[in-house]
Structure formats: C-alpha cells, structure tokens
Design a protein around this ligand. Structure first.
Ligand SMILES: NC(=O)c1ccc[n+]([C@@H]2O[C@H](COP(=O)([O-])OP(=O)(O)OC[C@H]3O[C@@H](n4cnc5c(N)ncnc54)[C@H](O)[C@@H]3O)[C@@H](O)[C@H]2O)c1
Length: 359
C-alpha cells in the first residue's frame, strides 16, 4: 500500500505520524511510504533518517494527499487538509469529532474513511491509542498547573510542593483514568496534596490500592465537585466518555466558589472541555482568565514534548498501521475493538457517540 505522512500544520504541533523505525518496518513489509520533507524535524527526526529507512521524501503535502491510499497523521485535519481527501483514502489520526461539527461535516463531504485513534478499543475495552498521549498529557498537566500557580503567570503564588512549615498546593483531579492517574503520579511526586474524583468505583479502588494512601479518592457527584473546588489551588479536568463531548462539570457560577487566582487545567478540552468556561488554547498562548480563575486549555498538550510523544504514539499505532497497510479497510475486522475507531465512512458518521453529539 502507498502510505503518506504529511507535516502537521496545527499551531505548535511538532509531532509526526510515523517515526523512521516505523517506516523501516512498513517498508520491509513491502509498503511504499511518502513523507513530506521536514515532517519529523520538530521531533528531531531528520529527512535523512526517513530516506535511510526506505521512505520517499516529497516537497509538499499535495503529492501525499493526491496519491496515498492511507494517510497517517497525528492531529485532526485542518480545513485546508480536509479539502484534499478523496473517497478512496483511509485517514488514521486523532479526530475528536464530537468537539467540531465543521470538521465532521468536512470529512463527510470528502468521502474519506476516517479512523480516529481516540476511539479504537482493545480486547479489554480500553483505548490503546489514546493511552500514550493521555500518559503524556496527564504528566504535563501537573507541570502546567505548577507553572500556572506562579504569580507572574497569573496564579495564586503557591508552590506546588510546599516547603517545610508551609502547606503544599491542594490539587483536585476530576477523572481518574489514564490522564488522572498520570497527573496524580506527578502531583504526588512534587509533594502536592492530591485528591482524585471518579464515578467508577472499580477505578477508585484501583487508584486507592496503587497510591497506598498518598492520594485521597472521592466519588464524583455535582455536590462533591462543588465542595472540592472550594479548597483547591489547582483543578485538573480529566474525564472522558469515549467519542462523546465531555460532560460539563463546572458552570460559570461555580467559579465564584473557588479561591481567587486558582487554576483550572482542562485536559478534556480536545473533547470540548469539561468546564463551561473552557475554550481551546495553544502552546503559544496557553492561558486566559475568567472571573479571576486562570484557565489552561491547550488542546494538544503532548505536542510540546514532540519527540517523546511521537515515539510513544508510534509504539502504540504501528501494529494498527501495519494491519491497515496489509489488509486495507478490512483490517478493522481483524482485531477486536479496531472497528470502533471508524468515525466516518461513505459520507456517514459511523461512531454512535459522535452521531449523538450532533443529534
Ligand atoms: N488536551 C490534550 O492534549 C489531551 C491529550 C490526551 C488526552 N486528552 C483527553 O483527556 C481526557 C481523559 O482521557 P483519558 O485517557 O484519561 O480517559 P480515560 O477513559 O482513561 O479516563 C476517563 C475517566 O473519566 C471518568 N469519568 C467520566 N465521567 C466522570 C465524571 N462525571 N466525574 C468524574 N470522573 C468521570 C471515567 O470513569 C474514567 O475513569 C480525554 O478527553 C482525552 O481526549 C487530552
């Protein structure tokens, strides 16, 4: 199969769909790979690495979109990319369609078969292609929160880990999945006082078990969230209902309950955000203030650590890319849960949660 990897064009996005190692494996298996020149540079992957691995370099995206049967990307396609897809193509990338009606409609109009990393499941029902980026985003959300707590950035002037004789920051993590667990690990490591809230009792039991008393686990209800945000220096939003728009857990009025200059980090912003006042931001301008509360809502957090993230993503996606290259769209039926990744086919929405978001 002819596989194409364009350079990512989203603001401050430096990741790339395939590493040279992945290209080498695909090329060795008899596939042909077109890579846009400079596509890997942001992740420290030079054109020569790709050429040595067997890829053919092309000057711009035109040839890739015109010729490739399978397009492997990282972020959701931008409007100028959507215009270039065709009916014969398979697109494999993050899509987060429930957060964008215009992107959904553009992909439907293009006729492309669009498979979203974030809704592919494995035999256990977990999300194997979202997980590595959630691990990164969860860890980075706490770095971001620590920075946002600093006064010059607009925060309360609180040191995440405290100091002898002075209490550390109180961090509340809403959603104890992959993002939540990784956020908690970093926050605990920095010495913060940490609570994780979730609606899954089995998940809370697991978290309680692995953190051995170093975090508090709390059942998430509207009332318990209101109670917790009053005490928090930083709140990290990390909930997910796969494929669906994120549930809004804080209203604008709720901000009035919080401490002045406290921080909200909305990691779920890629699914529309879990705080009513969230709106997507970029690494270039990551924060904004609503009612004295500093919001950090970067939609592509892992893009900032492009090199680590590209390797982590490829470790997870390569077996799926290989299967798609070998079998075409039939690959969806060859692995349990792979078919759940298909979001758009023949101009129709094929993911129930996305369809529901626009019903
Ligand atoms: N901004 C970024 O750059 C970035 C990067 C990676 C992931 N994400 C996003 O982070 C979010 C979380 O991803 P994940 O991999 O941790 O998902 P996950 O499925 O592993 O975890 C989500 C958790 O949320 C819990 N939950 C659902 N509703 C809840 C509620 N009302 N209250 C409390 N908990 C609730 C679920 O029980 C689950 O444990 C997703 O929206 C994902 O797309 C964003």
């Amino acid at each position: 199969m002819l596989i194409g990897v364009p350079k990512e064009i989203k603001n401050n996005e430096y990741r790339v769909g395939l590493t040279p190692d992945a290209v080498y494996e695909l090329h060795s298996a008899g596939h042909q790979i077109l890579i846009e020149k400079g596509a890997g540079l942001g992740a420290g992957l030079e054109d020569a690495h790709y050429e040595n691995a067997g890829a053919q370099l092309v000057r711009g995206p035109e040839e890739i979109f015109a010729q490739a049967e399978l397009i492997v990307k990282v972020k959701e396609p931008q409007p100028e990319e959507c215009k270039r897809f065709n009916k014969q193509q398979i697109l494999f990338t993050f899509l987060h369609l429930a957060a964008s009606k215009s992107l959904t409609e553009a992909l439907m109009a293009s006729g492309v078969s669009a498979i979203a990393y974030e809704t592919v499941k494995d035999a256990q029902g977990t999300l194997p292609l979202l997980a590595p980026m959630s691990e990164v985003a969860g860890r980075m959300s706490v770095q971001a929160a620590a920075r946002c707590l600093e006064k010059p950035v607009g925060g309360r002037g609180v040191l995440m880990g405290g100091i002898p004789g002075v209490a550390p920051a109180y961090v509340v993590i809403i959603g104890g999945g992959v993002v939540g667990l990784n956020a908690a690990r970093m926050a605990v490591g920095m010495g913060a006082n940490v609570s994780i809230m979730d609606r899954s009792l089995s998940r809370l039991r697991y978290l309680d078990d692995i953190f051995q008393g170093r975090v508090r686990t709390l059942y998430s209800t509207q009332a318990s969230i209101k109670e917790q945000i009053q005490r928090a220096d930083a709140v990290i939003g990390a909930v997910l209902i796969p494929g669906a728009a994120a549930p809004k857990l804080l209203s604008r009025e709720d901000l009035g309950l919080m401490k002045k200059n406290a921080v909200l980090v909305d990691v779920a912003i890629d699914q529309g955000g879990c705080f009513a006042t969230s709106k997507a931001t970029t690494h270039e301008s990551p924060t904004f203030v609503v009612d004295d509360i500093l919001h950090y809502c970067v939609a592509n957090i892992p893009g900032a650590v492009a090199r680590s993230s590209t390797f982590a993503l490829n470790n997870a996606t390569l077996p799926y890319v290989k299967l798609l290259a070998d079998k075409g769209i039939e690959a969806l039926n060859k692995l349990p849960g792979f078919a759940e990744g298909l979001n758009i086919q023949n101009g129709q929405i094929t993911c129930a949660a996305v369809a529901e978001a626009f019903a």
